[in-house]
Design a binder for this molecule. Sequence first.
Ligand SMILES: *Cc1c(COP(=O)(O)O)cnc(C)c1O
Length: 228
Amino acid sequence: MIQDTIIELKKELPSDVTLVAVSKFHPFQAIVEAYNAGQRIFAESRPQELLSKQRELEAHNDMPGLKWHFIGHLQTNKLKMVLPYVSLVESVDSVHLLDAIEKWGEANDKTTNVLLEYHISSDVTKQGFSKAEIMSIFTDAPNRYHHIRFRGLMGMATHTTDEAVIRADFRKITTLAGQIKAITNISDIIDVNNFELSFGMSGDWRIAVECGSTMVRIGTLIFGNRVY
Ligand SMILES: *Cc1c(COP(=O)(O)O)cnc(C)c1O
């Protein structure tokens, strides 16, 4: 079941769109099944859960190439549970967090790959930066952040069945990406040709791909409903 879905999704996704399997709230065995179907990138949203799955991974020395993304709200006192293990933090949602990641990177001599979470939805409960905040980060970045690589943007659409609303939300991300790429000397800070736009989940990934997503984060469709 997990394997079939992974294979189907890989067939349907354009080759330049990365599939991130969101394994939060699912057991490590589910990750093993997806791995055996060829999936390599998994995402977790809670530091403790990521850490315990990382320990299970270390005990399984036969899963080379597995990568973790972090997609949840990250508190600055939990960085050491997350940053050593992840290839990408997709959910950076404050300057306070960026500053803490920079400080951790300096102390540990490590560079962290991040996406900035852009608040595109009309749901007030969702996290993320405004457009103005993101533009000012990219304008200030050269002097402030030496241990952070800005790999792109992440966003979540409004929780609705109205496709027009979802499309309008997603287009905010591609529009902002265009504006970022137009900043003078931005190529010193970002890889303009590989600027990731992470949007699209189980319910809206097809729309996301049509709107220019380069990375979809899919949980329920692959692993079934989460048991909280
Ligand atoms: C849980 C989660 C997902 C996956 O959601 P599904 O609807 O299960 O595919 C994607 N992105 C983020 C940030 C999440 O927290």
